[in-house]
Design a protein around this ligand. Sequence first.
Ligand SMILES: [Zn+2]
Length: 94
Amino acid sequence: MTQPGGATARARERASRRAAMLGPAKLVEPAHRGPDGAPWLGPGQVYVTRTGVAFHRTWCAAVASRWAALPSSLLVTTEDAVGLRHPCSDCATA
Ligand SMILES: [Zn+2]
């Protein structure tokens, strides 16, 4: 049995270690913003989150739900700066 507090602390630590490993995605300004402030991608731009292991080339369901839940956590970077992130399985096939 792990203590709830300890597990949370470990999860947080793991998340920040993973973020460090993924590399500080070089954030860029999105090419445009939609009427609701949502970032729209320009050529070569992708959506990422700080600790997410996937990157997104389109406004897929994962991006939409992230934007709905926590808009400030949705980041835009360039595809050559995604580090170890892999293409999202949702929008890689789109
Ligand atoms: Zn996606």
